[in-house]
Design a protein around this ligand. Structure first.
Ligand code: SF4
Ligand code: SF4
Length: 470
């Protein structure tokens, strides 16, 4: 469809910007991580499928991705599978084609997501020279990383990943760490955070919750269509139980909340302004009244699509299922798929399908019901569409609320978020996070000052003790 057939002139059409996770080698990987949601995508292709993206598709993608977006910066995100399996030559071709098709008014940025095990001197030289930002997956110190991030023989990969990171540091490659928060490492928030910060030297830490329904390899996550979803709090709504709907390695919702709260407290006391946790930055933006910078917490989905090695385009990286295929660049131009009514519908479904429980939630402005793929539960009053992580997310957003308000106030007054940390370090901050709230001097057997009617020792006293940072 050309612009005139859409009835929109060159000067009146809205600004076009979107983002794609590009999978130049499909789901092929040299590792076999237990929780990988992408390896099983091979099932959607025939046995004889060629996994390497053909040159004709690569050039068509690069040309259209640049020419069909407005704005001065075009971001290419290369993912897998494991994209480094394609070799440096493939990415040299990428850079060459980008230069060929990029007008002087635009700037190209590349990022690549890798498991880090194949990074060597040559790779690091290439990545540095071409200013690729590298996202490397690591789940914490060796004993935690090696539980699920294993090779095809089931052997841990920690040493190889760390060797790859050290090589990047030697060559000055810009990198960030991506940590999948699973049922095991979620029990050790500070060990994970301090390892990434102090031992690895990461300054940009992404945390992604692992939530996988047991049937995720076969069916798209359209949970609201399913009968008998468990209610929040049921045993089936937790990992590791006999009737659980999620895999054993999925993170426990409350554990996830505790994980985020603990890391937030550590960050708040020591690292604001020097260590970047996108989840916290995104939350601060929400407290300042801005739209969420992370799709998980945005009001609508739809602007982060997946582009497969064979030219197929899907609604989202987490919806690479036949039902969510929008077309193929061999037959259809990119913007026709990105701005199709199907994709628009996919986007607004996120808000339209929110249960009342979420619509009335005090932290809806920051959470927005999180990602639809994780909406595996029914609310206490039986409505489907509640997020599996709700208990943890609500705990986290309420926990950071007083601090986010302070930071937002500081910034609005012309200061910085770091000022809140500095005041806290000087012990002049007027509010305290839940872990450090000094309780009034109450006798252990007296009624709890919170008004619950229970004894203080059975109520807030015991809760505070459980929440002490590790
Ligand atoms: S489905 Fe989830 S991952 Fe995909 S765009 Fe929506 S929030 Fe983001
Ligand atoms: S915290 Fe829970 S109830 Fe509130 S918006 Fe998020 S998922 Fe919905």
């Amino acid at each position: 469809m050309n612009r005139s057939s859409q009835g929109v002139s060159e000067h009146s059409r809205p600004v076009r910007q979107f983002h794609m996770m590009i999978k130049p080698i499909g789901p092929v990987c040299n590792l076999g991580c237990t929780y990988c949601y992408y390896l099983s995508k091979k099932n959607f292709y025939s046995q004889e499928s060629q996994w390497r993206m053909p040159d004709s598709i690569l050039e068509r993608l690069i040309h259209q991705y640049i020419s069909q977006q407005d704005g001065p910066e075009i971001n290419f995100s290369w993912q897998g599978g494991e994209p480094t399996l394609l070799g440096i030559g493939f990415f040299e071709k990428v850079v060459h084609l980008q230069k060929l098709h990029c007008p002087p008014t635009k700037r190209i940025e590349n990022d690549i997501q890798t498991n880090g095990t194949l990074l060597n001197e040559d790779w690091c030289r290439f990545l540095r020279e071409n200013r690729f930002l590298v996202g490397v997956s690591i789940d914490g110190p060796g004993q935690l990383h090696d539980i699920y991030r294993v090779d095809s023989q089931g052997q841990g990969t920690f040493d190889k990943v760390v060797a790859g990171i050290r090589c990047m540091q030697k060559h000055g490659v810009e990198f960030n760490t991506l940590t999948v928060v699973n049922r095991e490492n979620a029990k050790h928030p500070l060990e994970v955070y301090r390892f990434l910060r102090d031992e690895l030297g990461s300054r940009y830490l992404q945390f992604i919750p692992c939530v996988e329904p047991k049937d995720f390899t076969q069916v798209a996550p359209r949970h609201w269509d399913k009968a008998n979803l468990p209610v929040a709090g049921d045993t089936a709504a937790r990992p590791g139980t006999a009737d659980s709907i999620v895999t054993d390695w999925s993170v426990d919702p409350e554990q996830y909340g505790h994980f985020l709260c603990s890391i937030f407290d550590e960050w708040l006391h020591h690292d604001v302004g020097t260590v970047f946790v996108p989840l916290f930055d995104c939350a601060l933006g929400c407290w300042m009244g801005m739209p969420s910078s992370a799709c998980y917490f945005a009001e609508i989905c739809g602007k982060g699509l997946a582009f497969e090695h064979d030219g197929s385009v899907y609604a989202c990286d987490h919806y690479v299922y036949p039902d969510y295929k929008l077309g193929n660049i061999r037959e259809t131009i990119l913007t026709e798929m990105v701005y199709s009514s199907r994709q628009a519908h996919f986007g607004v479904d996120k808000t339209d399908r929110l249960p009342r429980h979420c619509r009335e939630c005090e932290v809806l402005f920051a959470c927005n019901g999180e990602c639809p793929k994780n909406r595996l539960l029914r609310t206490p009053d039986g409505e489907p569409g509640l997020n599996y992580l709700c208990a943890g997310l609500r705990q986290f957003f309420n926990h950071i609320d007083p601090w986010m308000r302070r930071m937002a106030d500081e910034i609005r007054a012309g200061g910085t978020a770091e000022a809140v940390m500095t005041k806290l370090q000087r012990k002049t901050a007027p509010v305290h996070p839940i872990h450090t709230i000094p309780r009034p001097q109450t006798k252990l057997n007296a009624k709890c000052p919170c008004g619950s009617g229970r004894k203080y020792k059975k109520c807030c006293y015991s809760k505070d003790r459980q929440k002490q940072p590790q």
